[in-house]
Design a protein around this ligand. Sequence first.
Ligand code: 15L
Length: 272
Amino acid sequence: MPRILMTGAAGGIGASLRKLLPPIYPDLLLSDVETPADLCAGEKFKAADLSDLAQVEAICEGVDGILHFGGFSVEGPWDDILQSNIIGCYNLFEAARKNGVKRVVFASSNHAVGFYPRHHRIGTGVTARPDSRYGVSKVFGEAVGALYADKHGLGVTCLRIGNFGDKPLDHRRLSIWLKPEDLVQLCRIGLDHPDIHFEIFYGASYNERAWWDNHRAYDLGYRPTGRAEDFREHAMAEQAKLPPDPVSDFYQGGAFCGMEFSGDKSRVIDWK
Ligand code: 15L
């Protein structure tokens, strides 16, 4: 029975996966910088600060596969992103290598490519267009993952997660929504599929308005069950409450593109 470590257990995705993963991976070790308030008696938990290599090495001991959801999950001050997502992510891969971990699934984000316009359909091989310091940290994580796959033989899967949740929250999220059970499917492919060396998948359900070509995930068996259009009315009603913004509304990354934007808002750039 493989031992799976999940970092970020106290975060939004972590809280949901803590309920969905145990039937599939009964030997699940949870970690976060602080103990989740609602930790149950049967759950195994070890605290670790990702910016401290020795602590990260300690949680990787005896582990076969890692789901790395830890770190800063939105845009933030550079020093927070640096400690959690740059140093922390490097530490995670280095600790995995030292401990002979076989598989790492890294929670990347759509914000690694957020500055592609919404009318472009992009695959996983496009040049990075991060929309934030957070997005830059996800590009870094994908690069570290590629290095550890090619140089050290780790099986690495990067999930460019769209918007994880029970339903799409607005117009943009109709294109990028990811149902929790579909994320579980992607994690299972990353942890268990025999052909993983280095892969990038988009973390999106079956969304008819998708901007992303996710065929590689489908080739490896991904069959999402979430369909964003089933929630169209709800999403559009929520959208109607939001103020328009020429930058946020044009690019895939949405508000992450518009925040701190200091260019000419009347001249949004249509990347070729
Ligand atoms: C993300 O990467 C964030 O973690 C999440 O909070 C959302 O903002 C999501 O992207 C999104 O793009 O909607």
